[in-house]
Design a protein around this ligand. Structure first.
Ligand SMILES: NC(=O)c1ccc[n+]([C@@H]2O[C@H](COP(=O)([O-])OP(=O)(O)OC[C@H]3O[C@@H](n4cnc5c(N)ncnc54)[C@H](O)[C@@H]3O)[C@@H](O)[C@H]2O)c1
Length: 255
């Protein structure tokens, strides 16, 4: 599929990579409806998109809420006159060691069930709900070629302090494979992307020393750019013989 023909839903389009994806698809002439949680970030993406070849429309929707997701897909389908691209990008993290003993006090601290569940809800249940509702509409409409792009993470391989996030991002790669098989007969392809450390507000707000320590573990020696992750998004959308796989775009971090 060419980007100019995309009728895309992007989750978490109010910031970071989600915003980049909305803008680059619209720049190429594609049409986008994105969701996020707050009006200010939604408005900012819409403003940045003004004047681009394609339209970018933002709506408030929480990907963990079944009714919100159904409304998002119905509204997007109407606005775009059908759907053919879904980018499951919205994500959060709540890092903590599963169990930690304080060196000084001996106190035991645990990752709470709330911290576990919040990340599973947004990073795994959200993509499940969005993919289910997207696919149901695409299949019902008889759309012949469409694609789901899932934002995983280098943490899918298992990252210290990220039991919740690693499980969600690995689960998303497993679902990318099984959806490729389940949906192939309906012309729906899938693909996942596992970014390493990417220059988005999550990281750029970190103290420089911490950031330096993080990047020192990256073979290519720097953070990635959202535009470099978009190159993988573009490939998954455009390559009609690609489905079910995860592309690691991480500067060599997870080798
Ligand atoms: N930045 C990185 O280094 C990095 C690395 C690997 C993977 N990722 C993944 O890439 C994706 C984008 O990351 P980013 O760095 O651009 O993050 P970001 O925080 O800049 O943007 C994520 C957006 O998702 C939105 N969001 C969060 N919960 C939501 C919900 N329940 N419903 C709807 N929207 C919601 C947020 O409001 C935010 O605007 C995430 O899935 C993240 O886990 C990021």
């Amino acid at each position: 599929m060419e980007l100019k023909d995309a009728r895309a839903v992007v989750t978490g389009g109010g910031s970071g990579m989600g915003r980049e994806f909305c803008l680059r698809i619209a720049e190429a002439g594609g049409q986008v409806v994105f969701c996020d949680l707050d009006d200010a970030s939604i408005k900012e993406t819409e403003q940045q998109a003004s004047g681009l070849a394609g339209n970018v429309t933002g709506v408030r929707a929480n990907v963990t809420d079944e009714d919100d997701v159904a409304r998002l897909m119905d509204g997007a389908s109407e606005t775009l006159d059908g759907l053919n691209v879904l980018i499951n990008n919205a994500g959060i993290f709540r890092d903590r060691l599963t169990v930690k003993k304080d060196r000084r006090t001996g106190e035991i601290r645990k990752m709470s069930l709330g911290e576990w569940q919040a990340v599973i809800d947004v990073d795994l249940t959200g993509p499940f709900l969005c993919t289910r509702e997207f696919a149901a509409r695409v299949i019902e409409a008889g759309t012949r070629a469409s694609v789901v792009v899932n934002m995983s993470s280098a943490a899918r391989h298992g990252n210290r302090g990220q039991a919740n996030y690693s499980a969600a991002k690995a689960g998303l790669v497993a679902d990318t494979r099984l959806w490729a098989v389940e949906f192939a007969q309906h012309g729906i392809r899938t693909g996942a992307i596992a970014p390493g450390l990417i220059e988005t507000p999550i990281l750029t707000g970190m103290p420089p020393k911490e950031l330096e320590a993080l990047t020192s573990g990256v073979p290519l020696g720097r953070l990635g750019k959202p535009s470099e992750i978009f190159q993988a998004v573009r490939f998954i959308i455009e390559c009609e013989y690609f489905t079910g796989r995860c592309i690691d775009v991480d500067g060599g971090l997870s080798m």
